[in-house]
Write a protein that binds this ligand. Structure first.
Ligand code: GRG
Length: 299
């Protein structure tokens, strides 16, 4: 990586993540029966494409802010991309959102059929935990630290995090949704994985509780800010409507806030995120850049 990697979303940093993702797919190909190739092809298909790599980039940037070599946390950063990608594959299925496209191309079930798409999602989720175990390869981390990362991932991706939030997203009666309810859903459905990406390095470096809380406040604020920016982008294109079995609008900020109120909230959350890490010095610059990216993103 050398000194060329200076900004959060620089080409070389995205390449670092993409190369690592690809190297692990090649590992699977080498270590499993050729008969499982179609599964790896479907995993690769969904991992590739126009993904921003927000979660791995957050993890690398948080590691940097703590003085860790970002390369040492790549396995956990890529585990976050695995979990995020599985959630997109499953969310696109006819039983959920029934979306035909994802990351600029046909969604997984459109390309491979529902059965393979479900299994590719299952494989990405399961292998994410295998990826975390690869943290041991740098020789820098203790088993207890790696277990801490596992604990964080299961907490934020499962019942207490993204999957719990997704349950509410698909079952809530949106006509009665209040702001606290919509935020509760977003904090879990979208925010939890973003927060976990920021918190992973705190499990891998000596760090006091006060600093952990700074990272937590930052991660919570950008998690919600990201969802607001997503809803804002959607409101500029089309109203968010599920074609899936719900056949009704998804819970989103657009239902209860005007675009200018949403922009105001997005600004407040972004400012709060940046302030939360302001006492930690210039190693946090990439985290600041990511918050600014979320504030003004156009895609
Ligand atoms: C199916 C268990 C399960 C969960 C699905 C994340 C999610 C939960 C569904 C996706 C629906 C959605 C569009 C949510 C809005 C926020 C979001 C996560 C957008 C997609 O994330 P990006 O913009 O995607 O980071 P890329 O492709 O850039 O990685």
């Amino acid at each position: 990586m050398g000194n060329s990697v200076t900004t959060a979303f620089s080409e070389s940093r995205i390449k670092l993540v993409n190369d690592y993702l690809e190297s692990n797919l090649l590992r699977f190909e080498k270590s499993c029966s050729q008969r499982f190739e179609p599964l790896i092809e479907a995993m690769r298909y969904s991992l590739e494409g126009a993904g921003k790599r927000l979660r791995p980039i957050l993890c690398l940037s948080a590691a940097e802010a703590l003085g860790l070599d970002p390369r040492t946390v790549l396995p956990a950063a890529c585990a976050m991309e695995y979990i995020h990608t599985y959630s997109l594959v499953h969310d696109d299925l006819p039983a959920l959102d029934d979306d035909d496209t994802r990351r600029g191309k046909p969604s997984s079930h459109k390309r491979f059929g529902e059965a393979v798409a479900i299994l590719a999602g299952d494989a990405l989720l399961t292998e994410a935990f295998g990826q975390v175990l690869l943290l041991r390869e740098s020789g820098r981390f203790q088993p207890a630290q790696i277990l801490g990362v596992m604990d964080l991932l299961s907490h934020h991706a499962g019942v207490r995090g993204m999957v719990g939030g997704q349950l509410l997203d698909v079952t809530i009666d949106t006509s009665e949704a209040s702001l606290p309810e919509i935020e509760f859903i977003h904090i879990h459905k979208t925010g939890a994985l973003i927060l976990a990406s920021v918190l992973i390095p705190t499990k891998l470096a000596p760090i006091d509780e006060e600093k952990i809380q700074c990272f937590r406040r930052y991660g919570e604020a950008i998690g919600l800010a990201f969802q607001i920016s997503d809803d804002l982008l959607d409101s500029e294109t089309n109203f968010r409507y599920s074609r899936g079995p719900r056949k009704k609008p998804k819970p989103c900020y657009t239902q209860i806030m005007s675009p200018s109120e949403m922009k105001q909230k997005l600004n407040l959350l972004t400012d709060h995120a940046i302030k939360s890490i302001s006492s930690m010095g210039d190693k946090t610059q990439n985290l600041v850049d990511i918050a600014e990216f979320i504030r003004s993103r156009k895609a």
